[in-house]
Design a protein around this ligand. Sequence first.
Ligand code: UN1
Length: 513
Amino acid sequence: MKSLKEIRDETFEKLGLSENNSGVFYGKWIDYRQENSIEVKSPIDGTYLGRVSVGTPDEYKKAVRMMEREFIEWSETPAPKRSLAIKDISDGIREKKELLGKIVSLEVGKVTTEGQGEIQEMIDVGYFATGLGRQIYGLTMASERPYHRLYEQYVPLGVIGVISAFNFPSAVWSWNAFIAATVGDTVLWKPSSKAALTSVAVMRVIQDIMEKNSIPPIFALVNGRGGEIGELMAEDRSLPLISFTGSVKTGKHLAEKVASRLGKTILELGGNNCAIVSEKADMKIALKGVAFGALATAGQRCTSTRRVVVNEKIYDEFREKLKEIYEKAKTGNPLEDGVIVGPMIDEGAVKDYEKAISKAIEQGGKVITGNKVLERNRGYYVAPTIIEAREGMEITKEETFAPILYMFKYSTMEEAMRIHNNVPQGLSSAIFTTDLREEEYFLSARGSDCGIANVNTSTAGAEIGGAFGGEKDTGGGRESGSDAWKAYMRRQTVTKNYGKDIPLAQGVQFNVE
Ligand code: UN1
């Protein structure tokens, strides 16, 4: 196998990246500056990948001004035409899928198929947005007055701020950006400083497509630290909407700041996703669904399965079989064939893994498998861990971004549901059963309290066609498919009088001469 450096050099060359990359783009790339730049090292084995420069507050302001200027013409371009620009962009990304997926793998450590899947998710949402361009609609209501028309229309908001996380470094940006651009907004992107390189690679590809297809510069990129550029965005009245993906703590802080200026937010914060496995489950499906949910992206998805609640009648069998899968799952270099679990993003993530496991043990949990740091110097690898837990253990109510699965036993479905819902977060959930009644109970008002509720499939791995997001501490936002586009527009109720008089609503009389 080629060394990481060789893969880097090849991929960089084809994507026009270099060792020192500008991380700021608004119509043009701002010159690279060494000062405060972000050093990018691969979590795979620590290989130095390069540097990405960050934006100054002044450059941030210039980027916003430019997006405001672009908004004027872009918002007046017909939506079906705008969406064809997004189609061009998606076609262009499809041509570069393999290369971009490699960058994702190099920078955040995704196994090859997941790195490719990340880019596929961009392409998918791009084609979704292409169709959406002809489906932006409002309702027409019956007016109580003669010769009146009453309807609502959706109007683009302006410049949308997108702050994305490291774990889906390009797909989640595109969920927001492609939909927002289709409905007529322009977009300013601040990526996670743990995924700066991916943002540059994506923007380079898009810039090239935009130039070739005469698409105006509707996307801007400003790399920087959350504490600086993120704060500026939160306070900036020029951004009517900020879509944020990240921790509950940062999300709350940002939401308060944006709310204090009565701005809007879309929040996609923590998940603590649970799968219920009934005694009536198809064992093969349940095992694969739970294993994928818990192990994919090394447990670093918002949608990762962190808890599994198993019926007592099959509990021992399920535990032993899952343990076997865990112990067979190959952990290591994500670019190697057959590897299922790649690295953690950084040393901090390894520490969080260790802390969570020791707390779980302190609180009465029993380790079934795992609990081992495999490497923390040349890359960051941990053994996927299963812990038998009891209801009420505090650590099981927290989201730890690591491959740790807490396992619970239940005897009645009511008990399973209680354990399932008894956490602050509410993103994704799943039930594995072949019993229609159990399934419908899970999907009822007394059932899963999450934004996503799946039957016989994993908590992770949502398609882009549905609205993505969750309740409670997850923040309530919805992104990507369905009618999530409405969040990027403002609703305007229009009353039009085309009569020869001006009758008032509710029969009110107003007699002036
Ligand atoms: C995230 O982890 O923030 O449903 C997004 C999934 C992916 C997206 C996850 N399609 O697992």
